[in-house]
Design a protein around this ligand. Structure first.
Ligand code: FAS
Length: 392
C-alpha cells in the first residue's frame, strides 16, 4: 500500500472536479484529482454547451477565462419560437452585454485538464475501487487501486465529492443523513447529436407537435432535443422521423440536416440532496443535484459549487476560518433551488404551451400568457435574462 498526504482529494474529473483542482492550485493548496475513466472518455463526453455569464465572470476573476473559454463563441440572445414565430430574448441596449459562452462541455473539460496539468496538477486517470474512510474524523483518507493494480492510500483534510450522480462519494454518506428531494417532470426527450449546422442563437421551440430545442455543440455540430412519448425507445425514432419532426416543430421546412452521431431517450428528472456535506466530505455538482437541461444550468451549478468549495477550504487551510465551510451547503443550495425553480418554470411553460394533450387547454393558455409576458413586459424579460445569465 503506497501512502501519501495532501490537503484535498478530489474524486471525479468532470467540470466540478477540474474547476476545484484549478482554483485550489491558484490558492496554493495541494490536491490530488482521481478519475476512473481514461482521458479520451472524459474529454469526449458531449453534454452541456453553455457557460453562463456569472461563470464567465468567475473565471475572469480567477485569471482563467482566456485559457478555458477565451476564444469560444458567445451570445446574449435566446430564441423562443412559438408555432414558427420567433421571439428573441436577450439584453436590452440599456444593459452591459452579458454574453453566455457557447462552449461545449467536452471542450471545457479538455481545456481544464490542459490548464491543470500545465500548472503541475496531480490528475490520476483510470483509478479503481475508490473508497472514502474516516469522513467524520479530522483526517479522512481515500484508498484506490491504480492501473497497475497497486493500492494507494491518501490521507487528507477534505474530500471533494465530484463524481457525479453515480459516484462513490454520495454513496459513502451513512443512510439517513441526506434528505432527498426528487421530482419526475413526466416528460421524456429524445436527445440527438448530429453533424448539422448549429442555429444562429440557442433555440427553444413550442409547437402543437411538442417541444423541440436546437443548440450548438461545435462549429458544425448540433444538439437537438425532441419531446417524445413516455414509453418511446430509440428504435421508435429513425432518422426520417427525427428530421420530419425537427423541421415541423422548428417551423423550418428547409432546415439542413446531417449524419446523426448519437441519440438517446431519457426522462426529465430533478433531484437535490441536502445537506451537501458530511464531516470532511463535501458534495459538488451532479453528486449533489440533478437538474433538467432546460435553462442550461447543470454544468453551471457544478462550477458555482466549485468556487464556493474552494473559498471555504481556503478559509480553513490558509486563514483558520471555518465560517464559509460551515455555510457551504446553505450557500450552494440557495442557488441550486433558485435554478431548479427556473428550470422547472421553463420546462413547464415550453411543454404546456405546445402539445396540450397531457395538461389540457387551460394550462396551455397559462403557458402562452407567460411567453407573451416575456415578450411584452420589459421587467419580466429582464428577470428572465438575469436568471439566464446567473445573476439572479
Ligand atoms: P460529471 O458527471 O460531469 O463528472 C463526474 C466525473 O466523476 C466523471 O468523469 C466520472 O467518470 C467520474 N467518476 C464517477 N465515479 C467515480 C469514482 N468512483 N472514482 C473516480 N471518478 C469517478 N447541463 C447543462 O447545463 N446543459 C445541458 O445541455 C446539459 N445536457 C446534458 C445532457 C446529458 C445527456 C447529460 C447526462 C447531462 C447534461 N447536462 C447538461 C448536465 C451535465 O452537464 C452535468 O451537470 C455536469 O456534467 C456536472 O458536472 P460534474 O458534477 O463534474 O459531474
Amino acid at each position: 500500500m503506497a501512502r501519501e498526504s495532501t490537503s484535498v482529494v478530489v474524486v471525479g474529473a468532470g467540470p466540478a472536479g477540474l474547476t476545484v483542482g484549478n482554483l485550489l492550485r491558484r490558492c496554493g493548496i495541494s490536491c490530488v484529482v482521481l478519475e476512473r475513466q481514461p482521458p479520451a472518455r472524459v474529454m469526449g463526453r458531449q453534454r452541456a454547451g453553455v457557460v453562463e455569464y456569472r461563470a464567465v465572470r468567475m473565471f475572469e476573476e480567477w485569471g482563467l477565462a482566456d485559457r478555458l473559454i477565451g476564444d469560444a463563441p458567445s451570445d446574449e440572445i435566446l430564441e423562443i419560437r412559438v408555432d414558427g414565430n420567433s421571439r428573441l430574448l436577450g439584453q436590452d441596449e440599456g444593459n452591459a452585454s452579458r454574453r453566455m459562452i457557447l462552449c461545449p462541455q467536452q471542450v471545457f473539460v479538455r481545456r481544464s485538464i490542459e490548464v491543470f496539468l500545465a500548472e503541475g496538477g496531480d490528475l490520476r486517470f483510470e483509478v479503481a475501487d475508490v473508497a472514502l474512510d474516516g469522513l467524520d474524523t479530522g483526517r479522512p483518507a481515500v484508498t484506490y487501486r491504480d492501473g497497475a493494480g497497486v493500492r494507494h492510500e491518501i490521507d487528507c483534510e477534505f474530500i471533494a465529492g465530484c463524481d457525479g450522480d453515480h459516484g462513490i462519494s454520495r454513496a459513502s454518506v451513512p443512510a439517513g443523513v441526506l434528505s432527498v428531494y426528487a421530482y419526475d417532470h413526466g416528460i421524456a426527450w429524445l436527445s440527438v447529436l448530429a453533424d448539422a449546422p448549429p442555429p444562429q442563437h440557442p433555440l427553444l421551440a413550442v409547437s402543437p407537435y411538442g417541444f423541440a430545442g436546437h443548440f450548438a455543440r461545435g462549429p458544425q455540430t448540433s444538439r437537438f432535443y425532441l419531446q417524445c412519448g413516455l414509453t418511446d425507445q430509440v428504435p421508435d425514432w429513425p432518422d426520417e422521423r427525427v428530421w420530419q419532426q425537427v423541421r415541423a416543430r422548428l417551423g423550418a421546412a428547409d432546415l439542413p440536416t446531417g449524419p446523426i452521431t448519437d441519440r438517446e431517450v431519457f426522462r426529465l428528472r430533478s433531484v437535490v440532496y441536502d445537506p451537501m456535506a458530511y464531516g470532511r466530505l463535501l458534495l459538488l455538482g451532479d453528486a449533489a443535484h440533478i437538474i433538467a437541461p432546460l435553462g442550461g444550468k447543470g454544468m453551471n451549478l457544478a462550477l458555482h459549487d466549485a468556487e464556493v468549495f474552494v473559498r471555504a477550504i481556503r478559509g480553513v487551510v490558509r486563514d483558520g476560518d471555518h465560517t464559509a465551510l460551515q455555510s457551504y451547503s446553505r450557500d450552494c443550495l440557495r442557488r441550486v433551488w433558485n435554478y431548479q425553480e427556473f428550470s422547472r418554470w421553463l420546462t413547464e411553460t415550453l411543454h404546456d404551451a405546445g402539445d396540450d394533450s397531457q395538461v389540457g387547454p387551460f394550462r396551455r393558455q397559462l403557458a402562452r400568457a407567460r411567453l407573451d409576458r416575456l415578450s411584452n413586459s420589459p421587467s419580466a424579460a429582464q428577470a428572465f435574462a438575469d436568471l439566464l445569465a446567473g445573476l439572479a
